[in-house]
Design a binder for this molecule. Structure first.
Ligand code: SAM
Ligand code: SF4
Length: 326
């Protein structure tokens, strides 16, 4: 089988698919600028996503993550999960969600073939949750986490974007949850992707590690709870859960990058942080075959840069996180 290998010998075997650019929250680091949303016509239909995944699987992509915007606001998401889980060569389908609607859909998502979820949660405090996301929905997220664990969408990982002066006083509480509740927590350096936050709010990964080491015990490096992404994983002594660190600004992870991103309007992005995109939707709607789509994917692999420029001459791109999928 032909594989997707880029110019720096990295094999692409993972694809993150944004199924919508709409969201039921408005997180300050993600959607600070309000922009017009895609029209219904411009968003890929489920069958089109399936065709793209089939082409990707033919080139060795094995794992798919559905994201957004908020993927669970797209109607009947479990139908897409089911469609994709039947594509030959796809081993795992996972979801990144803010979990507001997760409690409602866990059972049908699991039955459709979803394997695991990453849930975004930045605070345990209701007032702060409202400040960060613009909505009073912390209770729904916590219920979503419980529901996901109950049906065995394992391991549930919690993604926490660290924002200086806003939630950095709660990092030890998140770290403790890896011991008390077996949570797999991942701290993410906030990327300056919205104009409102540029050059602000960075708490470097090394400072978070030092603070945990000083207060809760020495973190031991460990293997990932599953997946094979940009996080480096550790465990506190005796903890069931793990603590991961993702440092796009201070601990560049590009050398191990194994992924493509597909936007809701059908653009294939070799890198989250570069505006290079290849349109797959127009060719598909003009009758492209699987082999045609595979060829476009090979072109996208050739365009993948060695690394992002977030900490150098980075300027805000034409899309924001809710438009790409994080
Ligand atoms: N709505 C879903 C959610 O929030 O989990 C999925 C889409 S969201 C864009 C995917 C991930 O990107 C989330 O974990 C979110 O916290 C993260 N994210 C968004 N903006 C970010 C930023 N400026 N820096 C770091 N992570 C960010
Ligand atoms: Fe929505 Fe996720 Fe962006 Fe928050 S991070 S605004 S939940 S897409």
């Amino acid at each position: 089988m032909t594989s997707l290998i880029d110019s720096f010998h990295r094999q692409i075997d993972y694809m993150r698919i944004s199924v919508t650019d709409r969201c039921n929250l408005s997180c300050i680091y993600c959607a600070a600028n309000s922009m017009p949303r895609l029209s219904h016509y411009d968003v890929l239909r489920y069958e089109e996503i399936r065709q793209i995944v089939q082409a990707a699987a033919g080139l060795g992509v094995k794992r798919i993550r559905l994201t957004g915007g908020e993927p669970l606001v797209r109607p009947e998401l479990s139908k897409l999960v089911e469609l994709l889980s039947r594509v030959e060569g796809i081993d795992e389908i996972s979801l990144t969600t803010n979990a507001i609607l997760l409690g409602k859909y866990t059972a049908e998502l699991k039955a459709a073939g979803l394997k695991r979820v990453n849930i975004s949660l930045d605070t345990f405090k209701a007032a702060k949750f409202q400040r960060i996301t613009g909505h009073d929905k912390l209770g729904d997220v916590l219920e979503g986490i419980t529901a996901a664990r109950k049906v065995g969408l394992d391991p549930v990982k919690i993604n926490t974007v660290v924002i200086k002066g806003l939630n950095d006083d709660e990092l030890l509480d998140f770290a403790r949850a890896s011991m008390s509740d077996g949570w797999h927590v991942r701290f993410i350096e906030q990327m300056p992707l919205t104009t409102g936050l540029k050059d602000n709010g960075l708490v470097p990964v090394k400072d978070i590690i030092a603070s945990i080491n000083n207060s809760l015990g020495q973190l031991e490096p460990c293997r990932t709870a599953s997946g094979n992404g940009p996080a480096k994983y550790y465990r506190l002594p005796g903890a069931e859960g793990t603590i991961g660190f993702i440092g796009p600004l201070t601990d560049c992870f590009c050398s191990g990058c194994n992924r493509f991103r597909l936007t809701a309007d059908g653009r294939l992005r070799p890198c989250l942080l570069e505006d290079v995109e290849i349109d797959l939707k127009s060719p598909l709607r003009n009758g492209a075959t699987t082999a045609d789509i595979e060829k476009l994917m090979q072109q996208a692999a050739a365009l993948k840069q060695e690394r992002h420029r977030l900490s150098e001459d980075f300027s805000l791109g034409k899309r924001q996180m809710w438009q790409i999928g994080g």
